[in-house]
Design a protein around this ligand. Structure first.
Ligand SMILES: [Zn+2]
Length: 376
């Protein structure tokens, strides 16, 4: 699929390409779910394409973009992620692991969608609660690969997804990024630029991506999942600009997070111990991804509630039954209490990702929500 939205970054990249002076190192900064990886991959394909084309955007911006043709020899190879001059590097698990050990998984993941996140990727590798990293061995492998001549004569490209996982091993690549061999281009795709060595950052041209608009997400869902316009729009509201999140929501229609969240809040409000234990036992059976999705819904609900209170506007991006609960809650919650709830749900996402015991975690959270709701 073509990269959704990102008009600003796309036209910036087109200008770079047309200038004939593509920098040695570019850092794409933004969530993978916004499309930063997708965009970097498109740019790599453009750089290698034998017959690039001009594409006129009609979505308001009227800009002309340089795009890959999708049909030449190089495009066919890059399309299969099998071009000899396009190398990938990404977090892996296990000591001494290098990216090519997981090339099959990488191709499968990108074949499904370039919109995923680090957690989804590491789960795919069977990481459970192991941390991913980009190892010393991988850095050495990169240095070796890039010392070879380009096979097909244009560019040699290293696309590294999540260089923040390099940690201090990044020092090994400094010299290469500073004085790269001829025709070598680094495309780094980072979610959190703060975690990258400043010495690397300072050598990169920054390409910022933005959170997607609801319209862009809804359109993407209609194309990718053939959802009807209404359902696509509902999911877009919940996805917070992140297409990975949107796909997760679209692919798990069996739960109604909204109904479950409102039910949970009512039980927390009543504070009946037996009822809360029973709720957390059922909730624990849902599995980690569903629990996370539920928490993301909760954050969306609280954000809407907060906006409703701050702007004094009773309309929010919620369905009728959610809106009714939100209006009731607006009466008992103030800004400070909602902030406390938001930070608790955010913490829980972090704990769930790290395999916390859901029964203990959510029972404790339920009790704390009860205190926040009833306090004052
Ligand atoms: Zn091409």
């Amino acid at each position: 699929m073509p990269t959704l939205g990102q008009h600003r970054a796309k036209s910036f990249l087109s200008r770079l390409y047309n200038s004939g002076r593509v920098p040695h190192a570019l850092l794409f900064a933004g969530q993978t779910g916004w499309g930063s990886l997708s965009l970097a991959l498109d740019f790599a394909r453009l750089l290698l394409c034998e017959r690039p084309q001009v594409y006129s955007e009609d979505s308001g911006s009227n800009s002309e973009l340089q795009i890959y043709c999708g049909q030449c020899n190089a495009c066919i190879k890059t399309g299969h992620l099998a071009h000899p001059d396009l190398h990938f590097s990404y977090p892996t698990v296990g000591t001494n692991a290098v990216s090519t050990d997981y090339l099959k998984e990488w191709r499968a993941a990108l074949g499904e969608t370039p919109y995923f996140d680090a957690n989804a990727w590491l789960q795919r590798l069977g990481a459970e609660n192991k941390q991913g990293n980009i190892t010393k061995e991988e850095c050495n492998a990169i240095i070796k690969k890039l010392s070879l001549k380009a096979f097909e004569g244009r560019y040699k490209i290293l696309l590294m997804w999540l260089p923040e996982y390099l940690g201090k091993e990044g020092n090994r690549l400094l010299k290469l990024i500073e004085e790269p061999p001829e025709q070598t281009i680094f495309l780094l795709v980072a979610e959190n630029a703060d975690l990258i060595l400043p010495t690397i950052l300072s050598r990169c041209q920054l390409v910022k991506t933005d959170a997607l608009s609801d319209d862009e997400i809804a359109e993407g869902l209609q194309q990718e999942r053939k959802l009807d316009a209404n359902r696509a729009r509902q999911i877009a509201f919940l996805a917070g600009g992140d297409f990975h999140q949107a796909l997760q929501l679209a692919d798990n229609p069996e739960h109604d997070d909204a109904a479950m969240f409102l039910d949970w809040l009512r039980k927390c409000w009543r504070g009946n111990g037996v009822e809360l234990v029973k709720w957390t036992e059922n909730f624990a059976k849902l599995g980690r991804e569903n629990q996370k999705q539920f928490l993301h819904y909760g954050l969306h609900f609280l954000r809407e509630l907060m906006a409703m209170i701050v702007t004094q506007n009773p309309e929010a991006r919620l369905r009728p039954e959610e809106l009714k609960t939100a209006q009731n809650m607006a009466g008992v919650l103030d800004f400070d209490k909602i902030t406390q709830l938001v930070s608790m749900l955010n913490d829980n996402i972090y704990y769930v990702e790290r395999n916390a015991n859901p029964k203990i975690l959510f029972l404790d959270t339920s009790v704390r929500i009860n205190r926040i709701l009833k306090d004052g």
